[in-house]
Design a protein. Structure first.
Length: 215
């Protein structure tokens, strides 16, 4: 059995806890410009995630409430999320969301569920008339444009935790490589399989919970 006192479950948000990427929904609806060209350049490794989100969300000039209304109406959580968090809390596992997404909509979505005390690290967002300003702050308190998730994984490992990782995207692969057990879907699953990195595939979080209970 895993030592609960030193076990941490690090979980991505967009496309992992949610069924679809919330930030992409917002950009599709309200970005005034070709944000998907920027996404292509990010996916090809031509820019880091901080630059991508800064440039993409600078195209969004609608207000906070308009964006939150879209998030509330269209966001669906993967089945099993509440049960997974409850299991971690009841068994002394530290559950942490580390996301390349934006803090304001993650916090709003989490308000809608009957679960308190979920630790979140995501991009800090400020609203301005000329667009959104996005900044990542690493675990050392300093701005960080690249390897945001990996920086947190490294900090958790430095604290002596065994990290269990749950994710779906390309940016989840570097931290997954340092974790003791990986749950993967979508792009992360493809990266793990290509690299022969042992992982457990999932489609919903009830599957994650069942395996976690047996570790």
């Amino acid at each position: 059995m895993i030592n609960a006192e030193k076990t941490l479950v690090q979980c991505d948000f967009d496309g992992t806890i949610t069924e679809k990427d919330v930030s992409f929904m917002m950009l599709d609806a309200y970005a005034d410009g070709n944000w998907r060209q920027l996404l292509k350049e990010y996916q090809e490794g031509k820019m880091n995630v901080g630059d991508f989100n800064t440039r993409a969300f600078s195209m969004v000039t609608v207000g906070r409430e308009t964006l939150l209304e879209l998030a509330r109406k269209r966001t669906k959580l993967r089945p099993g999320f509440l049960e997974l968090v409850d299991y971690c809390q009841q068994n002394g596992f530290r559950f942490v969301i580390v996301s390349n997404g934006l803090d304001f909509y993650i916090e709003e979505i989490l308000k809608s569920i009957p679960m308190n005390g979920i630790e979140v690290h995501a991009a800090e967002t400020r609203f301005h008339p000329g667009g959104l300003k996005v900044q990542y702050i690493g675990p050392d308190g300093l701005p960080r444009n690249a390897d945001f998730k990996l920086a947190y994984t490294d900090s958790f490992l430095d604290e002596g935790y065994r990290v269990i990782y749950i994710g779906n995207g390309t940016s989840d692969f570097p931290p997954a490589q340092k974790s003791c057990h990986v749950f993967a879907t979508e792009s992360l699953l493809a990266h793990c399989q290509k690299a022969n990195l042992d992982c457990t595939p999932f489609t919903d979080l009830n599957e994650v919970l069942r395996v976690l209970q047996s570790l």
